[in-house]
Write a protein that binds this ligand. Sequence first.
Ligand SMILES: NC(=O)c1ccc[n+]([C@@H]2O[C@H](COP(=O)([O-])OP(=O)(O)OC[C@H]3O[C@@H](n4cnc5c(N)ncnc54)[C@H](OP(=O)(O)O)[C@@H]3O)[C@@H](O)[C@H]2O)c1
Length: 254
Amino acid sequence: MTTAKALITGNSSGLGLGLSHALLGRDYQVYGCSRRGCAALADRVVDVHCDLSDLDAIAPALDQLLAGVDRLDLVVLNAGILGEIEDMSRVSVERLREIMDINVWANKTILDWLLASGIMVGQIVAISSGAAVLGNRGWGGYALSKAALNMLCRLYAHEFPDTHVAAIAPGLIDTRIIDTICQIDDTTRFPALERIHAARGTETLLSPGAAAERILHALPGLTEFESGSFVDLRQVLAPDEYQALMAARNRPGG
Ligand SMILES: NC(=O)c1ccc[n+]([C@@H]2O[C@H](COP(=O)([O-])OP(=O)(O)OC[C@H]3O[C@@H](n4cnc5c(N)ncnc54)[C@H](OP(=O)(O)O)[C@@H]3O)[C@@H](O)[C@H]2O)c1
């Protein structure tokens, strides 16, 4: 039997590390990339150090990482940054560009590399966020980039006719991103912080391992959605949490 193979971007910490661990547990060969490297699983994953904000560095890194690989059962476009929780008018275009480079254009570059490589890809999952559709105050660059990532997946679905593509919102996961959010206490200006602060210490905030298991469990079900779809896993797996999320959405002037 051939070994299943997966590429996970941003697997040095958080969800990407959790996914790498969970896939190793399912006997996958895991390939990863990040700036820090996946030291936690050093002898078990194949990875390269790569700064995905340097778009020109991506193709050479993938050439090296995936040399000799002719099939990837799973690609998870996971690497991403939060940017700042701040009003749009206070975030420079230059900063928005930096966030877009990592959260969107790096993924475009990876998808283009995969198409050109001729590697057969079974399933592509981009890690998006509820922020892509909620429009909550303060989520500026992150929300824009995840909305663009959702559309990127829809558009690339046409160009990967034999591969299922989905962008997913994975739910709240206890990672560096949540650490950053929990250090910001301006809940008057940014009411959506409250829901995340309140999730700490509850089962709403998943460990990276639990979030990874949930995503892997959801993979076959994702293929029932049209390729290119955005799927909030809470909509499917935790409808009550999803309803609360939508109800807490803060609207302009609200
Ligand atoms: N945590 C949540 O509640 C939550 C909810 C919805 C969606 N997400 C999404 O989940 C994904 C993973 O985030 P996380 O929560 O697990 O946070 P995290 O622990 O900060 O993980 C982010 C990963 O992305 C990599 N990365 C960031 N900038 C990079 C760059 N310039 N070049 C290469 N790799 C880079 C990081 O690696 P290096 O720093 O080593 O480069 C790290 O491995 C992100 O796309 C995030 O938007 C998270």
